[in-house]
Design a protein around this ligand. Structure first.
Ligand code: 4AD
Ligand code: MG
Length: 483
């Protein structure tokens, strides 16, 4: 039975937001349930909410058609929108005509109408967006991306596209993916047998970028305030719930700003993103909040989160982040119970990088809110960070979040040519490779600062998901590049 073609399709979100009772509507979507052969729950992706379709026996729908209305079949329905008699929805559609657009054999369909493990769904990444959880995650991912642009545009920043293929490897030595058109088995060689990169596509060695920062600095010293938002790639072999080999990063870069301006911007920015989702995606957040409550039902109390998802998000936007120096952090950790009882796996000493376990203890146990740590030892940080007067630390800052650890890493940049050159020499970075970067200090240099927000890390926090692989549509991690 074909549905009326003169009708324009309505999106379920629009119908539910402003129901025009008694009008005839046309909807298209996927069957989430077909109860008692009378009630279809239909979803079209525009919202987490389904619309109920009432299939009146009296209207004589034929059996073959009804059989086609299986779990995740795609259908079109036209009928009258009426106030619903049943509980759980305000309106429903009384079907006049139903057409099966795409059948789906329920016996073979990999998703069953029950809870499935995240690991299983990851293997079925081409289907997982059809679940409530993942459709909510990916609507929210979109919302956060949109809010990123809105935040910066409203404040007069310019969006810069920095290169994805890069010829400078100064920032990511060792962690980069090589880009080449050479055949791995027959690359041209020099006389000494080494690969002759001069013959490669770009006439030199090239890699996928680990960060757009250095190029963003070029833009900031011309346009004042800029940001990047693009994919970045890291070949680090970190098989954790917080690392991806391909992830997205937002990097603002601001002329005339120092490390304190940088921290203020970082705090305003992440609070804005969280508020945007709280204000505009409450339905999706509620579903994710309930998912966590379900998951935690059978967990021991000490393993459960201290607060629900929405409550946590509210708490973060309503409270000032704690701000401490790295040296404070080390002293606090040295005096902490887990350290004294030998519970930390990694040593705590001034000069060593903070490990995830230390960051999480500071955030979750000590301060119970996001923490910004600044002024790290220069030897564990990048060459471009501004050297502090103490000769030991640099004006770097990391924003640490509960459940995740570092979401932002940033710094004030070294604008003093002599000090920058000295640091590069100490760290064995060749000046010729970054002559353009040094030029920014030679011609019209000024203090400036910026940071990088790991996009998936903030999506992870806002959605309350447990693994970063579940907040990017098609994750790339060591040993895995399916789809
Ligand atoms: O701290 P990172 O390495 O900083 C930079 O790349 C600077 N150039 C940023 C700047 O100052 N403009 O990375 C920034 C953020 C981290 O705080 C983390 O949130 C995220 O990027 N990140 C990752 N996210 C997912 N998977 C990975 N493997 C990540 N590595 C870093
Ligand atoms: Mg970092």
């Amino acid at each position: 039975m074909e549905v009326t073609t003169t009708l324009r399709r309505s999106e379920i979100k629009d119908i539910l937001n402003a129901p025009k009772v008694n009008e005839t509507v046309l909807v298209k979507g996927w069957v989430r349930a077909f109860r008692a052969k009378r009630f279809i729950a239909l979803n079209d992706g525009s919202t987490i909410n389904n619309i109920q379709i009432f299939v009146d026996e009296e209207k004589g729908f034929d059996d073959e058609l009804l059989k086609g209305i299986s779990f995740h079949a795609c259908i079109a329905v036209s009928g009258q929108l009426v106030e619903s008699q049943g509980a759980g929805q305000s309106v429903e559609i009384v079907a006049d005509k139903i057409e099966v657009l795409g059948t789906s054999n329920p016996d073979e369909y990999p998703l069953q109408p029950k809870r499935q493990t995240m690991e299983y769904l990851r293997e079925k990444a081409h289907f997982r967006m059809r679940t409530n959880t993942f459709s909510a995650v990916f609507r929210i991912r979109h919302a956060i991306a949109f809010a990123v642009h809105k935040f910066y545009n409203d404040r007069g920043y310019y969006y810069m596209h920095t290169p994805i293929i890069t010829g400078s490897d100064a920032e990511g030595a060792g962690e980069m993916f090589r880009v080449t058109t050479f055949d791995a088995n027959s690359a041209p060689t020099n006389e000494d047998g080494s690969v002759n990169w001069k013959e490669d596509f770009f006439g030199k060695q090239t890699n996928l970028t680990v960060s757009g920062q250095l190029q963003a600095e070029v833009a900031a010293l011309a346009l004042g305030k800029v940001y990047t938002f693009g994919p970045t790639f890291r070949a680090e072999n970190s098989n954790t719930s917080r690392h991806l080999a391909e992830f997205w990063m937002i990097e603002p870069e601001v002329a005339f700003a120092d490390i304190y301006d940088d921290m203020d911007l970082a705090e305003d920015f992440v609070k804005y993103l969280i508020n945007y989702v709280l204000d505009n995606y409450a339905d999706d957040l509620e579903v994710l909040d309930k998912r966590i409550q379900e998951e935690e039902k059978n967990m021991k109390k000490e393993l459960r989160r201290p607060m629900g998802l929405i409550e946590t998000l509210r708490f973060v936007v309503e409270n000032d982040f704690e701000r401490i120096t790295y040296t404070d952090a080390i002293n606090i950790l040295l005096n902490s119970k887990p350290h004294k009882k030998g519970k930390f796996e990694f040593p705590i000493e001034w000069g060593a990088d903070l490990q995830a376990e230390h960051e999480r203890w500071l955030v979750e146990k000590k301060f119970k809110k996001p923490v910004i740590v600044r002024d790290y030892p220069k030897d564990i940080k990048a060459f471009y960070m501004r050297q502090n007067d103490d000769g030991k630390t640099v004006a770097a800052m990391d924003v640490l979040f509960p459940g995740i650890g570092e979401v932002i890493g940033g710094s004030q940049r070294e604008e003093r040519l002599d000090l920058l050159k000295k640091r590069m020499a100490e760290m064995n970075i060749h000046e010729e490779e970054l002559s353009w970067y040094l030029d920014l200090r030679k011609f019209g240099g000024t203090p400036h600062a910026g940071f990088g927000l790991g996009f998936e890390r903030i999506v992870l926090f806002i959605t309350g998901m447990g693994n970063i692989r579940d907040v990017i549509p098609f994750p790339r991690t060591p040993g895995n590049a399916e789809f």
